[in-house]
Design a protein around this ligand. Structure first.
Ligand code: NAP
Length: 247
């Protein structure tokens, strides 16, 4: 695969680190100009400088804020052009057992992980439809398929993304806009770095391949699904999880 995304503009939310940064790097390697979005602008701007090639830019935006997202749409379109590849990757976890979970923990996770995807996709979709050649990729999670004790809020948000992905795939297919989801398992990042070693070891023993994945493992599939080799793939939910959840 070489330069298959030449002349395309991509936008990656949560692109300042972890899986999002790996995806932004991979899309840039494929020739896309990438708008890197994160809540903290300095992180997004720094990440944009780490990408291959030129024309990338970093933007600060809280995806859960509609006014932030409206501003983002305007600025990105002015600076880079019409987005044809959208990767909704920004996400957080606020884990707690359900009995102790607060409404704030519930709301914060749903507002960013699910409503954030609604906000960003809604803001960019109209222009994407006009191109009649676009891809939306949502980064869900394997726990959105299996559930996970201590992650009712997070699992619900990620399961919501699966339904959203399939509905959008059906609605937008007639305009050649594809929509797919990746469900990563345990991937090394700031999100999983907080786990104690004993938990990491225990989790690894449950993964058939026996270890946590790297952000680049997700990024390779993201590049494939966003590009022309996946032109006949839409509405799919694909796991990158070392075999953790076979379904
Ligand atoms: P991470 O290292 O914690 O990075 C999260 C990224 O999201 C950062 O760039 C962060 O930017 C951004 N972000 C958070 N809240 C935001 C908001 N309200 N608006 C805009 N950007 C926001 O996370 P990760 O592990 O790479 O995870 C990336 C995605 O994969 C998430 O959706 C996560 O749920 C999903 N996932 C991860 C794993 C895993 O094992 N790591 C497994 C399954 C699914 P700031 O620093 O500026 O806030």
């Amino acid at each position: 695969m070489t330069n298959e995304l030449q002349d395309k503009v991509a936008l990656v939310t949560g692109g300042s680190r972890g899986i999002g940064l790996a995806i932004a790097k991979e899309l840039a390697l494929a020739g896309a100009r990438v708008a890197v979005v994160a809540r903290h602008q300095e992180g997004a701007v720094k990440a944009a400088t780490q990408l291959h090639g030129t024309g990338h830019e970093g933007f600060g935006c809280d995806v859960s804020s509609k006014s932030d997202v409206d501003g983002l749409t305007k600025t990105v379109t002015e600076h880079l052009g019409v987005v044809q590849i959208l990767v909704n990757n920004a996400g957080i976890a606020r884990d707690n057992i359900f009995i102790r979970m607060t409404k704030e923990q519930w709301d914060e996770v749903l507002d960013i992980n699910l409503t954030g995807v609604f906000n960003v996709t809604k803001a960019f979709a109209r222009k994407m439809l006009k191109t009649k050649d676009a891809s939306i990729l949502n980064i869900s999670s394997v726990v959105g398929l299996t559930g996970n004790a201590g992650q009712a809020n997070y699992s619900a948000s990620k399961a919501g993304l699966v339904g959203l992905t399939k509905s959008l795939a059906k609605e937008l297919a007639s305009r050649n806009v594809r929509c797919n989801a990746i469900t990563p398992g345990f991937i090394e990042s700031d999100m999983t770095d907080v786990l104690p070693e004993s938990v990491t070891n225990d989790l690894s023993s449950k993964i058939p391949l026996g270890y946590f994945g790297a952000p680049s493992d997700v990024a390779g599939l993201a590049r494939f699904l966003s590009g022309p080799y996946a032109r006949y793939i839409t509405g799919q939910v694909i796991s990158v999880d070392g075999g953790l959840a076979m379904h």
